[in-house]
Design a protein around this ligand. Sequence first.
Ligand code: AVJ
Ligand code: FE
Length: 436
Amino acid sequence: LNELTHDRLRDHVAEELDRTRRRSAQLTDAVDDDELVRQHSPLMSPLVWDLAHVGSQEELWLVRDVGGAEAVRPDIDHLYDAFQHPRAERPQLPLLGPSEARDYIGTVRNKVFDLLERTPLEGRELVEHAFAFGMIVQHEQQHDETMLATHQLRDGPPALEAPPPRRAEDLPAEEVFVPGGPFTMGTSTEPWALDNERPAHEVHVDAFHLDAAPVTNGAYQRFIAEGGYEQPQWWSEAGWAYRNKADLRAPRFWFRDGGRWLRRRFGHVEQVPADEPVVHVSFHEAEAYAAWTGKRLPTEAEWEKAARYDPASGRSRRYPWGDADPEPEHANLGQRHLQPAPAGAYPAGEAPCGARQLIGDVWEWTASDFLPYPGFAAFPYREYSEVFFGSDHKVLRGGSFGTDRAACRGSFRNWDFPIRRQIFAGFRCARTALEG
Ligand code: AVJ
Ligand code: FE
C-alpha cells in the first residue's frame, strides 16, 4: 500500500469497495425478502440488519467523520448500533426493509465514491485516510462472513453454491517444531492492520511442537467414539458445565444416521468427510479434545510465531508463505469454496516451520484471552476492540474459507465467546518441547 501512488491507491480502494459490495449483494440476493427479514437463529441478526448496518457504519466513519458531510439518515443510527440492541432483539426493531436497505447503502456508497475522489491520499494524511477506507472494507467483509454463518444456520433448500476446494496433499509430518527464542509479534507497518494488532513488540516463546494441519473430522470422531464427550477429566470446569447445559455430543450441524455421522452444510446433507478440518466446535470442545490427546491449544504467540517467523531472516513476515498478498494457491479464503479443504492442502501456503493451512480453511481457537498488546492505543474508536478486552473472549487466528483476504493476515486477531459454535472455527494442538 505504501508504494502505491495516490491514483493507484484510489483505484485500489475503489476496486476493494466494489468487490466487497458484490459479495454482500450475492449473500443477500440469494434469498427472498421474507428470508432477509426473518431471524434464522437467535444468535444472528436478520440478514437485512447486517446489510443496512454496513451502510450505517460507512455513513458514520467515512461520510460524516472523514468527509465532514451531512448525515444521510441520522434517524436510523440507533437501529444499527450493535451496542444498543442485542442480536436476539433486532427482528423486533422498525428496520429498513430489503429494498429500502439496498437504496440506503447505495446512497451512502455514492457519497463515499465522491469523497474518495476529493480525499488527499498523500503525505501525512495517506495513512489515516486510506486506513478509514480500508477499515470500512474490512468491516463489510467481516459482516459478509457473519452473513455466511447465518446462511449456514438457515433451514431450507441450498441458496448458495460453490465448487469444492482442492484435493488433499500429503502432509510431510504430523507435527512441526518451532525453536525457542524471541520473535516480533503484531505489526506497526501493515497498512490496514486494526488497532488490536498493533504495535509490533518482541515476545519470547519457548520451543514447541504444533500440529502441521488443523485437527480433522476423522480424528475428532475418534474422540467422540472413545467417550470424550462423557469424560469430565478432559474438560475445564466451565467447559464441562457448558457441555451439560447445551447437551453437547458432537460439532454443531452433525447428526447420527445409524452408524455414521452426517452433517448439514448450506442446505446440503452429506457424510462428514474424514480428511477435512473439523469446524463448528466451541473453544471448550477444542480444549477438551487437545487434553484428550495429551496436548493443549497453542497460545496466540505460539500460533503467530509458527505463522510469521522466518528463521532465515529473523523477521516476522505478513503471511506464512512470505509478504505477498494471498493468491488462490496459498489458502482457502474468500468464500470461493463453502467448506474447508482437506488437511495437508495448499503446500504453497506452507510456513517456514512446515505448518500448513494456518491461513484460511478454519479459524483456529487459541488458548489466549483477547488482551491488548503492550503500547496498545484504541483507534479510531474504543468500541472496535478495547471494550472487548478481558477474559470473556478467546482469540481465534488465521481466517476461514468464509473470510476475505482483506480481513485476514498473519497478525489478524479475531475473538469470540468460548461457547460459540456457529462461527467457522476449528483448531490445531500444540505441546511444549522438552529440548531447546
Ligand atoms: C472481530 C468478528 C468479533 O463481528 O463482532 C463487526 C467484527 N466489529 N462489526 C464482530 C466487527 C464490528 C467482530 N469480530
Ligand atoms: Fe459491525
